[in-house]
Design a protein around this ligand. Structure first.
Ligand code: ZN
Length: 109
């Protein structure tokens, strides 16, 4: 048995049911992440694996594509009012591995 992962290391996976696009994410902060994001390939829904991704993802055999973070003060000031409200309610935002906002917005139903 291994130790449970700390929040900082929690991995998740989003997968599009239409085109099978896949995104591996890691949480670097405590907070809320959406259950679905927009698929970057076809624009439909990519669904969360609810922090129970396949073993090859959970054990780190594939690279992380993007990171869920609380924005720092500088990043926060650049957010839209809707994004600020999301963050104020405890939501995390998705950034690529260079710290730039990751363009996979939460899908509005
Ligand atoms: Zn897709």
């Amino acid at each position: 048995m291994s130790e449970p992962l700390k929040v900082k290391e929690r991995r998740n996976m989003y997968q599009c049911l239409s085109c099978k696009w896949m995104l591996v994410t890691r949480d670097d902060d405590d907070g809320v992440t959406p259950f679905a994001i927009q698929c970057r390939r076809c624009g439909k829904f990519a669904y969360s694996s609810f922090y129970d991704p396949p073993d090859f993802v959970a054990q780190g055999f594939v690279p992380v594509d993007a990171v869920w973070n609380k924005p720092n003060a500088q990043q926060y000031s650049a957010l839209t009012p809707i994004e600020k409200e999301h963050v104020d309610k405890g939501g995390l935002l998705l950034y690529d591995m260079e710290g730039k906002p990751f363009p996979a917005h939460e899908v509005k139903q």
